[in-house]
Design a protein around this ligand. Structure first.
Ligand code: C2E
Ligand code: CA
Ligand code: CA
Length: 574
């Protein structure tokens, strides 16, 4: 892994804030000679000034300390001692104490004392400077290296990438594509390993992995320790690193032996080209991290960064950042999609679906921002807003024939926040709307991700009189054992089953089985995504209670909902 060190040398002497200092010794021989010549000239000029001002008796000999201290700072002990000695001798036996009419030689003791003072001060200043420089070097090393693994760290990686992003030569006018790739390797079970076996074993494991990576190719390889069991790797040969990521999952079957313990490493890799046109080195590190997250999401060992992913993630970041303001400034609004009783065709309520009227992007569908909000705490104020608005609209719609009330979608994270549930109760308390006119739709996966927590939250909501239905039923993995005991009132069969209902016999059998099972357990059933009359009729025959879909109505603003409910023949047919 000798190359790791060469990478390290690249950035240890660069002119960054820590290493750059005007008192640093000149790097080149030419610089050294020039500096020495200047110091010598300064000493001679000082000695000349001593003569010109009347001799060593007067103040000018003290100016000699300046070139001596400067020599000490530039050349350390050697510089300080040499110039101290030189200046001491130049102002020594041959320098008169007084020039002019009364020419006086100085006593031996005087010049010897001066010479001693010059050399001691020069030597001491040089020693101090050497020690400062050693400290500085150590600090610089620490700023760019991990103390435990000795590998260069993230700032060093950023510098190395920056160097690779530069055009080839001083005359280069355009940025040619770099043939280097950054790979970020994360050990998923690193925390577990450290917790179980201790930090030293974790560090040793990293070292062992680094030497395994050395098998990849000693030549064009640089390895960086990015912390928390994550390694960065810059590689110049696409063919070789691609072969490496292809083989690595097979090699991972071979445990790494650390301190006599065989350890299985569960790793994931994200890679990105070192693109000279990228905004900054950290943008490239971020790209590799985005690719790594994708690999993880798609349960693959490796993913390479693609541009559209960045555009998407950039848009996502911007959307998420403007969401709090959107909630405050009422950019969010609700549409309602009616539900109908399949047998009578009468209205059975409506589902509130949120939209975002973005000032520059226009109306954004929930699929574009709900998943983002769900990944952050913003899902709580969002749900609070939707719930409050739905309760307000429902109060205004009273008497319009909207039986069954309004359904609001709840996210998995909402179930984990007791404060939010409390907020919902407060909103209900402050409204004339009875709790049983409100229904909450919770997806099957939200419940099954953390069944215990979900059951506790749903029980509390039901105790307050709110009805609960399981949304997107059939797309999750509800265990039948759980289903019987779930504190819910109804099941909403997912659109995918409804869309295929008439064309797929087995699919129809599944839906029939769900309807029958729900009935036996005392749950109501509703089918979503009904787009034609034939499907509606078939579902009615199969015993499904309610339906929802474009066949009956598309989502619409609250004001249109009351008109829809009052439309001629509303009570007679769907
Ligand atoms: P969902 O809860 O399954 O909502 C049903 C989605 O299917 C709605 O899309 C609706 O417009 C659409 N849909 C209804 N009937 C038909 C049909 O006949 N054919 C087809 N092809 N589609 C139909 P929308 O409004 O885009 O909502 C998408 C998802 O966004 C919702 O799926 C829900 O998961 C989420 N969502 C919407 N509003 C909220 C909200 O206020 N809070 C939360 N947490 N999630 C929401
Ligand atoms: Ca829903
Ligand atoms: Ca649904």
């Amino acid at each position: 892994m000798g190359d790791g060190n060469s990478a390290l040398d690249d950035f240890s002497d660069r002119g960054d804030a820590l290493s750059g200092h005007w008192l640093n010794p000149p790097a080149s021989l030419r610089g050294k000679v020039i500096a020495a010549a200047l110091l010598l000239t300064a000493s001679l000029l000082t000695v000349g000034a001593v003569y010109a001002t009347g001799g060593t008796r007067y103040g000018f000999p003290h100016v000699c300390y300046l070139p001596i201290l400067l020599a000490a700072s530039l050349f350390g002990v050697t510089g300080g001692l040499s110039l101290g000695l030189l200046a001491g001798l130049l102002l020594g036996p041959w320098a008169p104490s007084e020039v002019g009419q009364h020419f006086h030689a100085q006593t031996t003791l005087t010049w010897m004392v001066r010479l001693t003072a010059f050399t001691v001060v020069g030597g001491f200043a040089g020693m101090l400077m050497n020690s400062v420089r050693r400290q500085q070097k150590r600090l610089r090393w620490l700023a760019f290296h991990s103390v435990t693994t000795g590998l260069p760290t993230r700032p060093a990686l950023a510098q190395a990438i920056e160097a690779l992003m530069q055009p080839a030569g001083p005359t280069a006018t355009h940025k040619a594509p770099s043939d280097h790739t950054l790979l970020v390797i994360r050990i998923n079970n690193f925390d577990q390993i450290v917790n179980a076996l201790g930090v030293p074993v974790g560090d040793e494991l990293l070292q062992a992995l680094v030497s395994r990576l050395g098998e990849l190719d000693g030549q064009a390889l640089r390895v960086f320790d990015l912390g928390g069991g994550t390694l960065g790797l810059i590689h110049a040969d696409a063919r070789k690193w691609k072969a490496f990521v292809e083989e690595a999952p097979h090699k991972a079957a071979r445990p790494v032996v650390v301190a006599g313990i065989p350890i299985y490493v569960d790793a994931v890799v994200g890679s990105a080209d070192v693109d000279p046109l990228a905004r900054s080195p950290s943008a490239i590190i971020q790209r590799a991290s985005i690719a790594l997250a994708r690999a993880e999401r798609e349960q693959r060992f490796h993913a390479h960064y693609q541009d559209d992913a960045e555009a998407r993630s950039q848009r996502n970041v911007e959307l998420l950042a403007s969401l709090p303001q959107a909630i405050r400034q009422s950019e969010l609004f609700l549409e309602y999609q009616p539900k109908v009783h399949l047998h009578s065709g009468q209205p059975a309520g409506a589902e509130a679906l949120v939209r975002w009227r973005h000032p520059s992007l226009g109306v954004i569908p929930p699929g574009d921002f709900i998943p983002l909000a769900e990944g952050s705490a913003l899902i709580h104020p969002l749900t609070r807003f939707v719930f409050a608005q739905a309760v307000t609209d429902l109060a205004a719609l009273r008497g319009s024939g909207l039986e069954g009330g309004i359904a609001v979608n709840l996210s998995a994270r909402n179930l984990a926040d007791p404060a939010l549930l409390h907020n919902l109760f407060e909103i209900l308390d402050a409204s004339p709307v009875p709790a049983d006119r409100i229904e909450l739709e919770v997806t099957e996966s939200a419940i099954m991700n953390r069944p215990k927590q979900a059951v506790a939250a749903l029980t509390a909501l039901r105790a307050r009189g709110i009805r609960i239905s399981i949304d997107d039923f059939g797309t999750g993995y509800t265990s039948l054992q759980y289903l019987a005991d779930l504190p819910v009132d109804g099941i909403k069969i997912d659109q995918v089953f409804i869309r295929r209902l008439l064309h797929d016999r087995r699919n129809r059998e599944i839906v029939q089985a769900v309807i029958d099972l729900a009935k036996k357990l005392g749950f109501f059933t509703i089918a979503e995504g009904i787009e034609d009359e034939a499907t509606a009729t078939a579902l009615a025959e199969m015993g499904c209670d309610m339906g929802q879909g474009y066949h009956f109505a598309r989502p619409m603003p609250a004001c249109d909902l009351s008109a829809w409910l009052r439309r001629p023949g509303a009570r007679a047919s769907a």
